[in-house]
Structures are given as C-alpha cells and as structure tokens.
Design a binder for this molecule. Structure first.
Ligand SMILES: Nc1ncnc2c1ncn2[C@@H]1O[C@H](COP(=O)(O)OP(=O)(O)OP(=O)(O)O)[C@@H](O)[C@H]1O
Ligand SMILES: [Mg+2]
Length: 263
C-alpha cells in the first residue's frame, strides 16, 4: 500500500478539498482507496459523513491500541472508496504535541490498512508539520503540498522550501510528489501571474502541471458532503482530479503496489 499525506504549513490552502477529490479520483479508477481524516478538527468526516462526529476514527486508534481498524472503516457507495473519520479522541488531541509521541501508532495504523487490502491511503492533515501531523509525515511514502496561487502565496515560498527540507529530515524516504497550485482564477490576471511566478520560483519538477481552479463547485460539494465529481455539473472539476491522478501515477508507482488479486 502507498501512503500519501497531504500537508501544508499554512491553513486553508485546500488540503481537505484536495484529499477528498483526489481520493475519489483514485477510487473511481479502481484503486482501493482509504481516505483518512488525520486532522483533529475533522473536516473530511464533516464533509463526507454527517454523523462522523459520532464515529470512532483515526485519533481513537492512536489513543487505544485495543481498537481494530475494522471498527473505524466507513464504506461509501463506491466499493473501492472507504473512509476513516477523525474520531472522538481528537477532541483531546490538539495535534500540537511533541512529534514522535504517536509514531508507532501511526505506523501500526498504516500496517493495518495495508493488511486490509487497500492500495492507497490518503491522509488529510491539520496545517503545520508538528505533533501527529509530523508523525504522519514521518510514516508516509509520499507527500503532496497544496499552495494557493495568489500574490501572498509567493511570499511564503521560502517558508515552503524550508518546510520541505524539514519534511525530508523527518522522513528521508519520503517522496515529494510536489506542490499543487490551488484556487487558481483563470479570469484574474493576478492569480495567473502568481501561479506563473510560483512555477518560476520553485524547482521545475516540484510543481504539478495540474492545478486546481477556484470554483464555487468545491464549496457546494463540501457543503453537501460529496466529492465534486458526484455533483451533476461536477464533470469539469472532476476531470482536473483525474488529470492529477494520472500525473501522480506517472511520477509514483501506485498501481505497481496493487495486489495481483485485484482487477
Ligand atoms: N479550488 C477551490 N475553489 C473554491 N473554493 C475552494 C477550493 N478549494 C478549497 N476551497 C474552499 O476553501 C476553504 C478552505 O479549503 P480546505 O478546507 O480544503 O482547506 P484546508 O487546507 O484543508 O484548510 P485547513 O487548514 O483549515 O484544514 C473551504 O471553504 C473550501 O470549500
Ligand atoms: Mg482541512
């Protein structure tokens, strides 16, 4: 199983939106995908299952070695797509504790998910590289870093690169899949200029070709608790994530990790 963490130092850059929609794109392509809400604020769960606040989830697994993964996995209408909510114990875990405290439990979680037959585990995290987020990063195979394409975003590039270096120190075998430009506004010169400038400032192969446009559909989709592709008019937005999936698969052999028994 490949574990892919979605991480950023800044909040509100589109991590949860990216996690949900990319996980859905992989699942639709037949990859057995587990989407994990590793943000103690629980936004994936909020968005996808309305009763998620009542579900045991990732943080319960971290807190209680007695909980089997089976109790946490929530199926969806798509056979290849399952979720693990943030959970109850997340109320007590700020995610801001000392990195390393939950390393062994995070790794146990990923081993359990692999044993259950998932090909891909996408983990949405809280902003920052500390605490449980740090432990998730230190345990994952690959990372994606969303970055808002706006003039202010450019100013945070040095921090972004610094953050990347910290990621590599935390986990030398971590594959940096790249930076994903999010909330790009095609009709706004400033947004396109910012996207262009980010591509100039960052190493070339570090920025994914596929960028996420700013689109009210994403807000509507999360309000209705769905990946955007499920909306009647979501086909265009979904195509963006299909393209991103293909781009990621070309960079990183997720399919190669699928068991021969599948497909
Ligand atoms: N491409 C987009 N177009 C329009 N709105 C978007 C887009 N991506 C995200 N949003 C909206 O922006 C807000 C922040 O997005 P999101 O929750 O995905 O960010 P986040 O990085 O997970 O935030 P946090 O750090 O708080 O977890 C949400 O209201 C979301 O619906
Ligand atoms: Mg989020």
């Amino acid at each position: 199983m490949t574990s892919l963490v979605v991480s950023s130092q800044k909040g509100g850059v589109g991590k949860t939106t990216l996690s949900i929609n990319l996980a859905h794109a992989f699942a639709r392509a037949g990859v057995r995908t587990l989407l994990v809400d590793a943000d103690p604020q629980g936004s994936v769960g909020l968005s996808l299952t309305r009763q998620s606040r009542l579900l045991a989830g990732f943080y319960d697994f971290l807190a209680d070695p007695g909980i089997p993964l089976d109790r946490l996995v929530v199926p969806t209408r798509l056979e290849t797509f399952s979720l693990v909510a943030s959970g109850q114990a997340s109320d007590y875990e700020s995610g801001g504790g000392v990195a390393g405290s939950y390393l062994a439990r995070v790794r146990a979680f990923l081993r359990a998910a692999a044993a259950r037959g998932f090909d891909l585990c996408i983990l949405d995290t809280a902003a920052g590289l500390f605490g449980v987020t740090g432990d998730v990063i230190a345990s994952s195979d690959a990372v994606l870093i969303p970055q808002q394409a706006e003039p202010l975003g450019i100013r945070s590039v040095p921090k972004l690169l610094e953050g990347l270096n910290r990621l590599r120190v935390m986990n030398p075998r971590l594959s940096v899949l790249g930076v994903v430009l999010t909330m790009v506004q095609q009709e706004l010169a400033e947004s396109l200029e910012a996207a262009h400038a980010l591509r100039q400032l960052l190493p070339q192969d570090l920025v994914l070709q596929t960028a996420v446009p700013r689109d009210a559909l994403f807000v509507r989709a999360s309000a209705r608790g769905l990946p955007v592709g499920v909306l009647e008019d979501g086909g265009g937005a979904q195509a963006v994530f299909d393209a991103m999936r293909a781009e990621i698969e070309a960079k990183f052999d997720i399919q190669g990790n699928r068991s021969p028994a599948f497909g």
